[in-house]
Design a protein around this ligand. Sequence first.
Ligand code: PHE
Length: 354
Amino acid sequence: MEIIEQLGSLRDSAIERAQAARTLEELDTVRVEVLGKKGSLTAILRGLGSLSAEERPAVGKASNEVRAAIEAALAERRSLLAEAARSERIAAEAVDVTLPGRTRLPGRQHLISQIAEEVVDIFVGLGYMVAEGPEVELDHYNFTALNHPPTHPARSAADTFYVRDLSAEGAARTGPLTDVLLRTHTSPVQVRTLEKTRPPVYVICPGRVYRRDIADPSHLPQFHQIEGLAVDEGITFGDLKGTLDHVCKELFGKDRKTRFRPHFFPFTEPSAEVDVSCGICAGSGCRFCKYTGWQEILGCGMVDPNVFGYVDIDPEVHTGFAFGMGVERIAALRYDIPDLRMLVEGDMRFLRQF
Ligand code: PHE
């Protein structure tokens, strides 16, 4: 019977198409085209009416079997494709919990602040108070009251940044244009402190200072100093030596030695520069200490009686010592930093080490 053959080939091609479907959408197209209202099987079944009564049962049975076979093939393919789609989605959504996370770098203090704080802490431990002064300073505090003669070379505009206050009140207040400057050292805080505090005075003064230098491996136009001042009855050079020797050992290690070399500062008499034994060669001489075995770390001395004159302290009753150290210099010595500019360039690969 021709119609039975038709049903057979329809079943075969429908099953083949179902098995070839690559997506659930493609499979559904096959279902509609075969089993739907306008589908090919439906069209054949519509022709059933014209069959004779003897033919009808056999054809009816065959067509039911064909429909069932096609539906089974569709169902089988559907569950296969649904499973594949599910695994694909799971793979796409997968989270690898073993991947490293996005780390946020914690902020921290800059090396210079760390060292300044460390030095201040050493002196606070010795009973000193912290004092601060302005970075924009008057010539009086930076030079005059520190016993610099009017012609002292440090006062030249080639060495010092002078500030002009261009406002009317500013001009009226400050007089000569060289009156206001960026402080070239923290020593003016000595004068400001002695102006408002009577001895005994023990202060430590950290701060930023400015000099008209071109930045190079050993100079920055802006850097940091820590000033110390002790004024009391009976303060001697021995007290100065003992104090600074203690601080150097705290900062650089117990095995380091100090030596005091005569020097000159207008505001201390006598004055000295302090060297600490080289940490690289332990004093035997190497290129870091220029084969001297020593590295210079600070300037110091006994407060000059002329400075006491500016703040009304009687040098027959009170004596004192003062010192000033460069924080960048301490950092460079402690960590063998070859170029001070690295401290201000903000390169995290360098700064993160500290
Ligand atoms: N102010 C001096 C400098 O900047 C250092 C110093 C401070 C020297 C205190 C003696 C006493 O070089």
